[in-house]
Design a protein around this ligand. Structure first.
Ligand code: DGL
Length: 286
């Protein structure tokens, strides 16, 4: 047993821990909160060290372990790695480290959502450099459907734009240009031919912030999917099976938000991701 493993069984009254490199995981948190309305959540955004997507897998594993350790120290009953980059590099290690705590990632549920939707034209995965280079989505998708054609595209600049909250009314021509740049080739060449992939998977939790713009760019015959809903469904189904879901609402249902830097900005910009204002944001040092 490692020094991080739990010396107790998870308690159904405890909160659920969720973490991401920054605010992107708030899109997943929002789906989790809707799927499990009785639960209390602690969300940790490692804003001081974002982006994870351009770092080596070893560094991402180290950061993910530290973030998870902080949530476990706060007594969570389950851990949701709401970051594709960390899920791709660290999920197995975290599950071993913190056993018997249930640990969930977003890559497998995202792949399931895309594979369900995809036809013979294939899937375009948009994600961070690390996620694309590591091939986690390619593997997960092929496991669901070995005959799928998979295209991958790293869009690292989108993470920065999303963290700045440069979306909707704040969207500028720079945002639009950066989104077009990320989809170059796909939009210019593939959309003009009939055999372009009809499914686009947002394989980074920051990207749903630009869903409307991405949908407009890829065209109406392309379905855009992300992992938030399928992750929430997976987690709630599994916790129910493990008898770890609360029967009644938590008396303290306020979500605790932790950020490793920029609390004020987290409070302000986080609302775009979460779909509502964030109160209760505190600074945490890992
Ligand atoms: N939101 C993270 C993901 O889903 C990564 C963004 C980053 O830190 O690069 O992959």
């Amino acid at each position: 047993m490692s020094d991080q493993q739990l010396d107790r069984q998870p308690d159904r009254q405890s909160p659920i821990g969720v973490f991401d490199s920054g605010m992107g995981g708030l899109t997943v948190l929002s789906a989790l909160a809707k799927a499990m309305p009785n639960e209390q959540f602690i969300y940790l955004g490692d804003s001081a060290r974002l982006p994870y997507g351009t770092k080596s897998p070893e560094t991402v594993v180290r950061y993910a372990r530290q973030a998870s350790k902080e949530l476990v120290r706060r007594g969570v009953k389950a851990l949701v790695v709401a970051c594709n980059t960390a899920s791709a590099s660290a999920l197995k290690i975290l599950a071993e480290d913190f056993s018997p705590l249930p640990v969930y990632g977003v890559v497998d549920p995202g792949a399931r959502a895309a594979a369900k939707q995809a036809d013979a034209s294939g899937v375009l995965v948009l994600a961070t450099e690390s996620t694309i280079l590591g091939g986690a989505y390619q593997r997960a998708l092929l496991k669901k459907n070995p005959s799928l054609t998979i295209y991958g595209r790293a869009c690292p600049l989108w993470v920065t734009l999303a963290e700045q909250g440069w979306v909707n009314e704040q969207a500028t021509s720079l945002t639009q240009h950066t989104l077009e740049h990320g989809l170059r080739g796909f939009v210019d060449d593939l959309v003009s031919t009939s055999n372009h992939p009809k499914t686009v998977l947002l394989g980074c939790t920051h990207f749903p912030l630009f869903r409307q713009q991405i949908e407009a760019l890829v065209g109406a015959d392309v379905q855009v999917v992300d992992s938030a809903q399928t992750t929430a469904a997976t987690v709630s189904h599994d916790l129910l099976k493990l008898e770890l879901l609360r029967d009644t609402p938590s008396s303290d249902d306020e979500t605790v938000f932790l950020a490793t830097d920029g609390v004020e900005r987290f409070r302000k910009v986080g609302g775009y991701f979460f779909g509502g204002p964030l109160s209760n944001v505190s600074l945490v040092d890992l």
